[in-house]
Design a protein around this ligand. Structure first.
Ligand code: GDP
Ligand code: MG
Length: 298
């Protein structure tokens, strides 16, 4: 059997059970939680490694029904799911049907990806007939690839769902280097987070000239001390990155620190340095050290 690899997005209303489902799908196999290389808004929530397959779950903002930002959020969600190979549309089977359900299904249609309708919280459902009626309702709204009742909380139906997902993941090599899933995922991810902040906050030629190296990682019970170097190719880029009075670098550091704190679940003391290293992109040793290939998604 050929190796399979692909992206899966979980869509659904707040409280439908997306986070619970993600944990159930990943089980103890959670490899990394990381931003996705080369995109700015989509975050990786976890990578499921199966024999012969790698399934990457990508985060999408929730569907919020009552917000002036609704439209924007919805478009964000669609955009975030646009390159997913499979979309899971999660429905809280215990929630009362509402007019907004069709709107949510429209989002699924817009992604253009094969979508699996997942009916969650069946452990709380007394009458089976209700579930069947609900499935019928969604069948009328969209031609889903499959309809799977589950309890993300109890684990019922999750194995079946995993199989339904896997069957729709295209053939392809692993998307993430294996060693980074097992070795030092947090260091790699911290570097990715810093790089992502640079991409967000700079323009033009700077982003492509950036690589991040974690120089020091000191894990103590209450605090992680991290020293990171941001490499650029030219002095002009260094000046841009540091910014007037160091303001930009400070901002990058603050934003990255907050996110790394969430990642490691501890306070983080983050020091960032900027160094010029001409032509680092042509330096094989340097590329291997920063795993620039993996970061660039090539
Ligand atoms: P999210 O907002 O879509 O990420 O939803 P969460 O995963 O945070 O779940 C929302 C609430 O629903 C939490 O209180 C969960 O414990 C609960 N929940 C999720 N899945 C199930 C399930 O299968 N059965 C039951 N009874 N509760 C669930
Ligand atoms: Mg959640």
């Amino acid at each position: 059997m050929k190796h399979r690899a692909g992206f899966v997005a979980i869509l659904g209303r707040p409280n439908a059970g997306k986070s619970t489902l993600l944990n159930a799908l990943l089980g103890t196999k959670l490899a990394i939680v990381a931003p996705r290389p080369q995109t700015t808004r989509t975050a990786i929530q976890g990578v499921l490694k199966l024999p012969g397959a790698q399934i990457v779950f990508v985060d999408t903002p929730g569907i919020h029904e009552s917000s002036t930002l609704l439209n924007k959020r919805m478009m964000d969600q669609v955009r975030a799911s646009a390159d997913a190979d499979v979309v899971l549309f999660l429905v809280d089977a215990t929630a009362r049907p509402s007019d907004e359900d069709a709107g949510a299904v429209d989002l699924v249609k817009k992604t253009g990806a094969p979508a699996i309708a997942v009916f969650n919280k069946i452990d709380k459902l007394r009458e089976k007939a209700k579930l069947l009626a609900l499935i019928e309702r969604y069948k009328e709204m969209h031609d889903f690839a499959a309809y799977v009742p589950i309890s993300a909380l109890k684990g019922d139906g999750v194995d079946l769902l995993r199989k339904e997902i896997l069957a729709r993941i295209p053939e392809g090599p692993a998307l993430y280097p294996k060693d980074h899933l097992t070795d030092q995922p947090e260091r790699f991810l911290a570097a990715e987070i810093i790089r992502e902040k640079v991409l967000h906050l700079t323009r033009q030629e700077v982003p492509h000239a950036v690589a991040v190296m974690i120089e020091n990682w000191e894990d103590t019970p209450g605090l992680v001390r991290i020293a990171a170097t941001i490499y650029v190719e030219r002095p002009g880029q260094k000046a841009i990155l540091i910014g007037a009075g160091g303001a930009l670098l400070k901002k990058i550091g603050t934003l990255a620190r907050r996110e790394i704190e969430t990642l490691v679940g501890k306070k983080v003391y983050l020091q960032t340095f900027v160094k010029v290293r001409p032509n680092w992109r042509q330096d094989p040793e340097f590329l291997a050290a920063t795993d620039w290939r993996g970061m660039a998604g090539t």
